[in-house]
Design a protein around this ligand. Structure first.
Ligand SMILES: [Zn+2]
Length: 290
C-alpha cells in the first residue's frame, strides 16, 4: 500500500463505499467493516486513463468444448465492493477462471477505477461484465416496468465501466439471452427484447451460493455447494447441458474465514478432473462477435 493510494482512500471513497454497500441484489450487509478495505486492495499501477485504449486489445477467442468435460462458470455480482479483492486474489491463487458483473455507479473515484481496470486487464483469466449502472436502485418492479429506462441504464454501464463484451446480468433476476434464444420471466421480457436487438447477451445462473441478508455471510458450506453443483450436473438442472453458472457475491467473502470458504469450494471442484472453469464469454451459443 503506497502513500498515494492511502491518500486516495479519502472521505469521498468511504462515502462511496457506504453508498455501494447499500446497493445489493437483496439487502445490505449490516456488519461490514469498511476500515479494512484499504488493506485489501493491492497497489495497481495501471492508470485509469489507459482503460479506453486497452479495450481494443481484449478479444474473446472461441473455444472447442470437450464433450467429456463439464464447464463451470464462477460469477460474482455487485462489485466493486468490500470483498472484491479477496475474490480476485483467491481466483488467482487457485488459478481458475471467473467473471465479475459490476455496477457502474459504484466506481466513483480513481481508486476504484484502478481496481476495475486491473480486473479488466486480467482477461482471459477474469472477465469484467455488465450488471447495470444503478442496480435498479433495488426497485426491480419499477425498473423493469420502464424498459427504455432500464435499457439506457445498461448502456450507461457498458460505456462508463468500459465493458469489453456485450454480456449482462440483470439485477435481481435470472434471465438468458443468447444468439438464438431468449428465456425470461414476463417482468423482464421487454428490456430483454431491447437488449437482444442491440446485440447483447444475458447470463442467468443455475446454482446460487446464498448469503445471510443481515450479515452477508455465505449460508451453505463449501461441501454443500459441491453437492449442489454435482447434483445439478447429474440431473441436468442447468440452462445448458454440461454448463453450469454459479452466482455468488463479492461481499460474502470479505472476511478471512469466508475467503477460506471460497478457496475450499474451488479446491473441492478442482478435485473433479471433469470440471473445467471458464469465463462467461465462453458460455455456449452467445452472439458472435461478442
Ligand atoms: Zn446484483
Amino acid at each position: 500500500m503506497t502513500d498515494s493510494l492511502l491518500k486516495n482512500l479519502s472521505l469521498k471513497s468511504l462515502m462511496g463505499l457506504l453508498f455501494m454497500l447499500s446497493i445489493s441484489c437483496n439487502e445490505k450487509p449490516s456488519n461490514a467493516k469498511l476500515s479494512s478495505l484499504a488493506l485489501s486492495i493491492p497497489d495497481i499501477v495501471a492508470p485509469a486513463d489507459s482503460m479506453h485504449a486497452q479495450k481494443q486489445t481484449i478479444i474473446s477467442t472461441p473455444i472447442q468444448y470437450d464433450t467429456t468435460k463439464k464447464y463451470i462458470y464462477l460469477t460474482f455480482d455487485d462489485g466493486p465492493q468490500h470483498g472484491t479483492t479477496a475474490c480476485v486474489e483467491t481466483i488467482k491463487k487457485e488459478q481458475v477462471k471467473a467473471s465479475f458483473f459490476m455496477i457502474g455507479n459504484q466506481i466513483n473515484d480513481v481508486y476504484l477505477k484502478k481496481l476495475v481496470a486491473s480486473i479488466r486487464n486480467d482477461y482471459p483469466q477474469i472477465l469484467l461484465a455488465n450488471h447495470s449502472f444503478t442496480h435498479a436502485g433495488n426497485k426491480y418492479i419499477y425498473f423493469y416496468h420502464h424498459p427504455q429506462m432500464a435499457f439506457n441504464d445498461f448502456i450507461q454501464a457498458q460505456e462508463t465501466i468500459n465493458i469489453p463484451f456485450k454480456i449482462i446480468r440483470l439485477p435481481g433476476n435470472s434471465a438468458w439471452i443468447g444468439a438464438n434464444s431468449i428465456k425470461t420471466s414476463p417482468l423482464v421480457r421487454p428490456v430483454c427484447k431491447m437488449l437482444d436487438s442491440a446485440g447483447y447477451n444475458v447470463i442467468g445462473w443455475d446454482v446460487e451460493w446464498s448469503f445471510n441478508h443481515k450479515t452477508a455471510n455465505p449460508i451453505q458450506t463449501p461441501e454443500t455447494m459441491l453437492e449442489l453443483v454435482n447434483h445439478a450436473f447429474e440431473k441436468n438442472y442447468t440452462h445448458t447441458k454440461n454448463h453450469l453458472v454459479i452466482l455468488s457475491h463479492d461481499r460474502m467473502f470479505r472476511n478471512a474465514n469466508f475467503t477460506d470458504s471460497l478457496q475450499k469450494f474451488i479446491s473441492l471442484l478442482k478435485q473433479n478432473s471433469n470440471y473445467v472453469f471458464e469465463t462467461v464469454d465462453h458460455y455456449p451459443n452467445l452472439k458472435k462477435p461478442l
